[in-house]
Design a protein around this ligand. Structure first.
Ligand code: ADP
Length: 468
């Protein structure tokens, strides 16, 4: 909640700071534009006024004047004035008394006398006047200066009003926008709040719950869905883990119960040496099974933990198959099963030789276990540009379609009793699949009941080692 609040706060703060900057730039722009336009208008008015007055200037003793031409009874008197100077800069007409008698800017008058018009500001006691001084021309000669002034009180008033409006509108807009920002941020973050509350309800023990949210496919909706998918994967992983522990305990208990039974039989009464030997060899078989089971469990546990390093080296598949076949040949001969080789190409790949040998032995062992006497087991290999393929086929009992997907699962056996009788613990194919995948490859089976089974392993020539 605290973090959520801080996101909300941060969002709002950013929003307000940005808005404050934009509003400040906008207000400054409006103010400066208006001031510039109003000043330009005032200067235009001054120029118009000067143009009209220049046309009616008359001369008294060769000195320009407007005496008797400009009415003193102007309704807006006080807001403007006219002064006329002769060629020496002496005043010949002045009606600025009511406009507060602005001081004469000698420099501007001199400049006008030298032929250059100029504008500027003059301050009276209670006003500021915008003034324009223009030279008066008589037959090409500068005969004096006309100075017109207009009060810029209106401009200052307008600008003051604008400033007042901005001073009120700026903080008000910011305050309203901040409230809007808080509201929007809260609205946008509300689903996250709901997700947090729901997620808190999903406990480690019960991962079957999901974030049941009718959210649109936006960022938050995607977050909730990703979260749901993650819980789904965790749920499946925990289920597998629980199932594995239950299956492993069960598998461990079976041989232990058998050992216990045989030991109790041995202890029930004194027996002869042969009877003890029989019992001990039975116990020995169960201990062998336990050792195999614990060995397989350990392999899988270390594989799951990523603790089995892959010793990559160049492996010749032909040599590897020969070595595996040689190891199982005595068992095959005992069962009168022939093993045939089907080499289609000379294949070499980067792999862990020991692990590949274990994989091959698992497949050969299964093939021999599930093929009756007189049957045939075939091992073949092939290669193409991308991968190496090898397969172990048999003419045995085969596997029904409904089991094909599951035989690679841990502890899954089609016929539990039969598998146990033959020493199987139901982990061989799980380990085989892990070995294939650790090499960046895959394992698959093709089989139908009564028509044998063929397990095919596909491995890339050089797996991406970082992935394994
Ligand atoms: P197990 O220790 O039982 O052999 P595996 O994981 O190696 O365990 O095999 C799982 C199950 O797949 C076996 O119990 C068996 O039912 C079936 N299976 C494996 N290989 C073959 C095969 N070549 N022919 C028929 N069934 C097979």
């Amino acid at each position: 909640m605290k973090a959520l609040w801080s996101i909300r706060l941060r969002l709002t703060l950013w929003y307000v700071v940005l808005l404050a900057a934009i509003l400040a730039a906008f207000s400054t722009g409006i103010y400066l534009t208006l001031r510039h336009n109003l000043s330009a208008n005032l200067d235009d008015s001054l120029r118009n006024r000067a143009g009209i007055l220049l046309d009616i200037v008359r001369y008294e003793n060769d000195r320009p004047t407007l005496e008797g031409l400009v009415s003193p009874a102007d309704p807006n008197v006080g807001e403007h004035f006219v002064r006329v100077f002769d060629a020496d800069g002496a005043v010949t007409f002045d009606n600025s008394a009511q406009a507060g008698q602005p001081p004469v800017d000698r420099e501007r008058i001199e400049r006008a006398l030298s032929g250059k018009s100029s504008t500027g500001s003059l301050h009276t006691d209670d006003d500021t006047m915008r003034v324009l001084a223009v030279p008066i021309q008589r037959s090409g000669e500068i005969s004096g200066v006309l100075e017109v002034g207009l009060s810029d009180e209106d401009i200052s008033e307008t600008l003051r009003t604008l400033l007042l409006i901005l001073a009120v509108a700026y903080p008000t807009t910011l305050a309203v926008a901040s409230l809007g920002g808080v509201f929007l941020a809260s609205r946008a973050l509300a689903p996250i709040d709901r997700i947090t509350r729901l997620a808190r309800r999903i406990s480690g023990e019960d991962l079957s719950q999901r974030l049941d949210l009718a959210l649109p496919a936006d960022e938050v909706g995607r977050l909730a869905r990703t979260f749901n998918d993650m819980i789904g994967r965790l749920d499946a992983a925990f289920r597998r883990q629980r199932q594995f522990t239950a299956d492993a305990s069960h598998e461990l208990r079976t041989p232990l119960t058998a050992i216990k039974g045989q030991v109790e039989v041995a202890l029930s009464r004194p027996r002869g040496a042969d009877a003890y030997r029989d019992i001990l060899s039975g116990v020995n078989e169960e201990v062998d099974r336990l050792i195999r089971l614990v060995g397989s469990l350990l392999t899988l546990a270390r594989a799951d933990a990523g603790e089995i390093p892959i010793a990559w080296e160049s492996v010749n598949l032909g040599d590897l198959v020969t070595s595996a076949v040689n190891q199982v040949r005595p068992a095959a001969t005992r069962k009168e099963i022939t093993i045939g080789l089907e080499e289609r190409a000379d294949a070499t790949l980067q792999a862990d030789e020991d692990l590949l040998l274990q994989l091959l032995l698992n497949l050969l062992d299964n093939a021999l276990k599930h093929t009756p006497s007189g049957g045939q087991v075939t091992v073949g290999w092939d290669t193409d540009a991308d991968a190496v393929r090898f397969w172990v086929g048999d003419t045995g009992i085969g596997i029904a379609t409904e089991h094909l997907d599951r035989i690679f699962d841990r502890f899954y056996r089609v016929d539990k009793g039969r598998s146990r009788a033959e020493g199987g613990v139901g982990l061989g194919l799980s380990i085989s699949r892990w070995i294939a995948e650790a090499h960046g490859g895959s394992i698959s089976v093709d089989s139908s009941p009564g028509r044998g089974a063929t397990f095919t392993v596909v491995l890339p020539h050089a797996a991406d080692r970082a992935a394994s």
